[in-house]
Design a protein around this ligand. Sequence first.
Ligand code: PMV
Length: 362
Amino acid sequence: MYENPRLILDSSNPPEPGAITWRSPSNIAIIKYWGKHGVQLPRNPSLSLTLAASCTDTRLEYAFRDEAHGGPVDLDLYFHQQANEAFRAKTLAYLESLAAVYPFLKQLKLTVHTGNSFPHSAGIASSASAMSALALCLCSLEDKLFGTLQDTAEFDRKASYLARLGSGSACRSIFPYAALWGETALVPGSSNEFAVPVGDLIHEQFRDFHDDILIVSTEEKAVSSRAGHALMDDNPFAEPRYAQARQRLDALLSAMRTGDLETFGKIVEDEALTLHALMMSGNSSYLLIKPDSLAIIEKVREYRAATGQPVYFTLDAGPNVHLLYPGNIVHEVRKFIEDELAEHCENGYVQQDWVGEGPEEL
Ligand code: PMV
C-alpha cells in the first residue's frame, strides 16, 4: 500500500551523511493476535497496552553511496556494541523486503546500532520494541531525505505499517497507552495493515497500569511465534477462536471505556489461557507454560480472592507471567511478588514495567 518508486535520491545532489535514533517500547496484548495470513495480516483484531521500561534504542546511520540501485542493501549492525551476524541477516532480509516501499535504501550505506533496556536473553520478547524502533528510524529517514512524512498521524501510521511487516505485534508499539490492530467496526479507521491509537478510548486508570513481568524461564522457546501462528492454519478451533476474539474485543472496549476492572481482568486472563489452550489443542500440540507459570497463576487467583485486589495475569507465547494491576496498589503487589512469586522466577528475576507514552526520538 505504500509502494513508491519516486522515493529515489538524486545522485547529482546527494544528502549529507546523518543519523537518527529512536527509543521504542514493547507492548502486552490483552486481546491476543494468534493466527495470520498473507503478509503478516491478522486473523482477528488485537488490543494491547504500550509498555515503558522494556524498550529498544536504535540508531540508524546513513551515508550516500553512489552506486546503481538494484544491488543488495549495504548494512552493518551492532547489538550492544558488538557486531551481530544473526541480527544483521534478519534486518537485511527485512530491509530488502522493503525495496518497493523504500527504493532509496539501496543507495545508502546503513549502520544500525541497537540495544535493549532489559538484559539480553532475559526471556522478554524484544521483536516488538526492536521492529518498531527500526520502523520509526526508517520513517524519520524518509522524512529527512524527502520531507514526505510531515503529518504526525501519517508518520505514525506508516511507522506502524512498516513495523508490522517486521513483526506483527510490533505495529501496536507505535502509540501511547493502548493500540488496536485489525479491522473492526467497533473502531472507525481500524485496519489490518497498521495499528491505531486507542488511548483516548480507555478510562484513565488503564493509563496508570503496571505490568511486572515474572521471568519463569529464559530458555529459548521450543516453538517460535512464527511456527505457532502457522499451526493455527489447521487448528480445528481456529474459526471459533477468531469469532471469540471479536466478541471479547467488544466486551473489553466497553469495560476499558467505563473503567470496569473486573470485566477487564476476566477477559485478560481468559485470553491468556485461550492462547495457550490453542497451542495445546492443535494437530501438533505443544506446551510453552511451565509448572512455575501455573504456580504463579494459582497464587495470583488466591491472592485476589483473599484480598479483593485487582491483580490479573496474562501470558505471551512463552512461560513468563505478566502481572497487570493499577498503579495505586503498587506497594502491596510488589510485596506479594517478593514474598510469594519471586521464588518461581529464574534467579528471582522480575522486570518491572508500566503503561507508557510510546516511542520517543532521542
Ligand atoms: O508479533 P508476533 O508474530 O511475534 O506474534 C505475537 C503473538 C503474541 O505475542 C502471542 C500475541 C500478541 O498479540 O502480541
